[in-house]
Write a protein that binds this ligand. Structure first.
Ligand code: ADP
Ligand code: MG
Length: 700
């Protein structure tokens, strides 16, 4: 069965050892992530077919996938919209049509009246009665009954050139090996751990999942909650948890510059602020202070709802580093936001004698050279900008702290790459990452196990909740009237165009069109426009004018999504909100409700609204709590959307599902601690098994 059956672990045996797998097939299998026999065993079925019993035709319902047996009563060619061969099959309990759009003459003749057939296929409601379209079928010779399958038939994820039947065949071969030599698939979890968390044995679990007995609980299997699946899920989550913890431990061995907690700059800023920090801000400030005072690189994620006041918290962190003579880089995801930070920080820090420099992709030539020189010479104490801050030619003299705003999607690799920017003396800068997209605790515990978490869990006093209305686009006139009324009272408004078109150019065009129409209708208002294609200087000017109240209405694409802060704006219209994620809408809505006036948000959808979209928009109407919204978003759209690259790139899970399996996460964390303590080698192997080369996070 196997060409060479040495007693090596299946993890070390390439798939080419299997019969029928040469270099070409092996290459195709790598597309499914399968290199070794062990990989093949961990390639689990998506679902199962039940070919273990023959179902009475009379019991069938739309959607069933079943085996049936019966006699052909009638076979005829029908000329409807499409010519098809219709074969009526009955078994005494009922009858069903088999429909073939493609058929040969020979096939047609073989399906004559009186022939007995075994079929497998999906039952659906046809025009007149139940039917199966292109079922698999087999002729049964009288006196020679066919056997049924002994176990449920697995359906595997496939890829071009690797067929379902091929995979099933290969799996049979590997399972046979495993039966001969169960040690080939090594149990990596310590006995104590298996006992404590009541996990079934690995070999049994894997074999079960590739060929479940006929009485297996199919509903459980389909839902991924069968104990055999949960055992593997646990193992996978454990591997991820361990790898992130190791990453974190690795960090703790790197050097960073320690900054004393107190200095006159920080005091100076606190005294000048027009407000008092909230207790929530103060406690996060303290957490940051303590981390920065240690000679190990801080890696901290600060979560706080929109408007919770993260910027000033980050300014205090910056001053702790600057006060100790080090440099700080502050990166924002968009130019618009970076500019706003530049304004805020300039205003706060200039009186203290700290002058920020500004660096974006658009800064070119001499101006850029000059900034780079100041950064390299250590004269620039604070550099504010976009991704451009981290290009190769930006060399810091002594970078001590990196602040990343609104970027929880900033990946592990990107963060580790910053090590190179750190002062060139082998030290790594501290990192402070801020996000207004709250991440549900369970997710944060898993996906961010390598980071310290801080939460600003309350808003500054005096904020009034934003009232949200969901309104059809058919009532556009009323909405326009609302804008007019709000602006007549001296308030300002945003009108956000989110569009169907994928292309940025079309989006910008549509925003221009909207601006033109609104300006025509609302002749008494001063209307501004920003989108991705408006020239830099012009954009800055428009934002500046909106901020200073020279514009009443700002028409924009979602470029204004993050961070923009204009306290007098109290009305926001969002067109086609059904196209955006909840977190993004919550972000947008966070642009209003920042001042003392009662604020409103109108979600103006394009009818008709799907049931799902209706439900999602209702959540926004009912709550303004970012954490509640994030949890709903997670449940409705899955972790990929919530976590972005984290999930899709670095934290790809094969079987675990962070929503379904969140109940397991506390135990996984305990198990990770236990295993790292008692069996570090096993822990390494486990990470290798599930993450493979992706486990090399740390070795950037
Ligand atoms: P975000 O957390 O969304 O980044 P910002 O830092 O932009 O929020 O803060 C929103 C607004 O709240 C800003 O105008 C800021 O000056 C103000 N602010 C921050 N902290 C406080 C506070 N403790 N009391 C009152 N206003 C505050
Ligand atoms: Mg912010």
């Amino acid at each position: 069965m196997i060409k060479d059956s040495s007693s090596k672990s299946l993890a070390e045996q390439p798939v080419t050892l299997l019969k029928g797998v040469g270099a070409r097939n092996a290459e195709k299998l790598t597309r499914l992530g399968i290199h070794t026999l062990q990989d093949l065993l961990f390639h689990l079925p998506l679902r199962y077919q039940d070919r273990t019993r023959v179902q009475p035709i009379g019991s069938l319902r739309h959607g069933d996938q079943v085996v049936i047996e019966g006699d052909v009563d009638l076979a005829e060619i029908k000329f409807g919209r499409r010519r098809s061969l219709m074969v009526y099959l009955s078994d005494g309990t009922g009858g069903i049509y088999l429909r073939f759009f493609y058929f040969s003459n020979a096939q047609r003749q073989a399906l004559g009246r009186g022939v007995r057939l075994r079929c497998f296929g999906e039952v659906r409601n046809g025009p007149n009665s139940l039917e199966m379209v292109h079922p698999e079928y087999q002729r049964i010779d009288p006196g020679e009954p066919l056997a049924v399958e002994a176990s449920l038939t697995p359906v595997y994820p496939t890829t071009e050139g690797v067929h379902q039947l091929t995979l099933r065949g290969l799996m049979q071969q590997v399972l046979a090996c495993l039966e001969q030599e169960p040690e080939g698939l090594r149990e990596l979890l310590p006995q104590a751990l298996l006992g404590r968390f009541r996990l079934p044995d690995l070999v049994r679990a894997v074999s079960y999942l590739h060929s479940p007995p006929p009485d297996a609980d199919q509903r459980q299997l389909m839902a991924g909650t069968h104990p055999a699946q949960q055992r593997l899920t646990f193992e996978e989550l454990l591997a991820h948890q361990i790898s992130l913890r190791k990453l974190r431990a690795q960090h703790q061995r790197i050097r960073a510059t320690a900054f004393p907690a107190d200095n006159s700059l920080k005091q100076g800023l606190l005294e000048r602020l027009p407000f008092q920090l909230t207790p929530a801000q103060l406690s996060v400030v303290e957490e940051i202070e303590r981390s920065l005072a240690r000679p190990r690189p801080m890696q901290r994620l600060v979560q706080g709802d929109v408007g919770s006041g993260k910027t000033v918290v980050s300014a205090l962190a910056a001053l702790q580093a600057i006060g100790a003579g080090s440099q700080v880089a502050l990166m924002a995801p968009t130019e618009l936001l970076a500019e706003q930070h530049l304004r805020n920080f300039s205003q706060w820090l200039q009186p203290l004698g700290v002058e920020p420099v500004w660096l974006t992709g658009r800064k070119k030539g001499r101006a850029r050279e000059a900034v780079l020189e100041r950064i390299a010479a250590g004269q620039a104490q604070l550099a504010v900008g976009t991704h451009a801050l981290f290009q190769d030619d930006v060399v810091f003299d002594d970078l001590g702290l990196v602040i990343i705003d609104e970027q929880h999607r900033f990946g592990v690799h990107q963060r580790l790459a910053l090590r190179e920017k750190g002062g060139g003396k082998g030290a790594m800068p501290h990192q402070l990452i801020m996000t207004a997209t709250p991440i549900p605790r369970t997710l944060a515990m898993t996906a961010y196990a390598d980071l310290d978490l801080s939460v600003i869990d309350a808003l500054p006093p005096g904020r009034k909740p934003v009232t949200t209305a969901v309104i059809s686009g058919r009532r556009r006139d009323e909405v326009v009237a609302r804008v007019r009324a709000a602006c007549a009272e001296g308030r300002q408004a945003y009108w956000v165009c989110t569009l169907i078109e994928e292309s940025e150019a079309l989006q910008c065009q549509a925003a221009e069109e909207t601006e033109r129409l609104l300006a025509e209708t609302l002749t008494e208002l001063r209307v501004g426009l920003v989108h991705g294609r408006v020239k830099q200087e012009e954009k800055e000017q428009v934002m500046q004018r909106f901020q200073s109240g020279e514009l009443d209405l700002l028409v924009a694409t979602t470029v204004i999504e993050v961070g923009v802060d204009v306290a007098n704006a109290s009305l926001m219209i969002i067109e086609n909100p059904e196209r955006l994620g909840l977190a993004q809408l919550h972000q947008l809505r966070g642009r209003v409700g920042r001042g003392s006036a009662k604020s409103h948000c109108v979600l103006m959808y394009h009818p008709p609204l799907s049931a799902n979209a209706r439900e999602r928009l209702a959540i926004l109407r009912e709550t303004g709590d970012g954490f509640v919204i994030a949890q709903k978003d997670l449940e409705m759209r899955g972790p990929g959307e919530v976590l972005g690259t984290r999930q899709t790139g670095e934290m790809q899970l094969h079987i675990a599902d962070l929503v379904r399996d969140q109940g397991m996460l506390d135990e996984v964390r305990q198990a990770a601690e236990m295993m790292l303590r008692t069996d570090p080698q096993g822990a390494d192997r486990l990470v290798g098994r599930w993450l493979g080369e992706r486990a090399d996070y740390g070795k950037v």
